[in-house]
Design a protein. Structure first.
Length: 173
């Protein structure tokens, strides 16, 4: 799966065998994450977190991934659309901690988007794309005078607001 052109990788987890509960509806519990409807998968899991350029909207970024899903022939299993309730960001806190991202994925419920899909193969691969908006004053690499007090994040990217997305790639074994 291609990342958004001009985006920069700020977090990565190399593929390793793991299990994961894919969200197919809004979260009902944050820790550990539980959803009204979910699907358990296991296999090789890799995780990529990017920051995209200034001026993009979550809608524009998600549209890019919808086109990428279409290009790859993926079946969409779930999409959190504009205005739908459900705060997914905090359900990724374990991933944020593992990747040294602090709270950037957990920041903005109103602007987050989520997309889950799978290949149509007999042993499918699953994809989860999460997009969120982070204001500059909450940005992990903003100069301390412009950063929210108490921020402990260690992401590596430019000093401006941007879109964050995380893409989980599950290969069923």
């Amino acid at each position: 799966m291609k990342r958004y052109e001009g985006s920069e990788i700020i977090g990565y987890r190399a593929p390793k065998f793991d299990e994961y509960g894919l969200a197919l509806s809004a979260p009902t519990e944050i820790s550990p994450p539980k959803y009204g409807k979910s699907f358990a998968v296991d296999g090789q899991l890799s995780r990529y977190t990017y920051v995209a350029g200034e001026g993009l909207t979550s809608t524009e970024l998600l549209r890019n991934y919808l086109l990428e899903f279409q290009r790859l022939g993926l079946e969409i299993l779930y999409e959190k659309k504009v205005g739908e309730r459900g705060w997914f960001g905090p359900t990724f806190s374990r991933h944020s901690d593992e990747d040294g991202l602090g709270q950037i994925l957990e920041y903005n419920e109103a602007d987050e988007r989520l997309l889950v899909g799978r290949t149509r193969a007999s042993k499918p691969s699953y994809y989860l794309v999460f997009c969120n908006f982070l204001q500059e004053r909450h940005h992990p690499r903003a100069p301390p005078s412009r950063r929210q007090e108490g921020s402990r994040t260690r992401a590596r990217d430019r000093y401006h607001s941007g879109r964050h997305g995380t893409e989980d790639d599950f290969r069923q074994c």
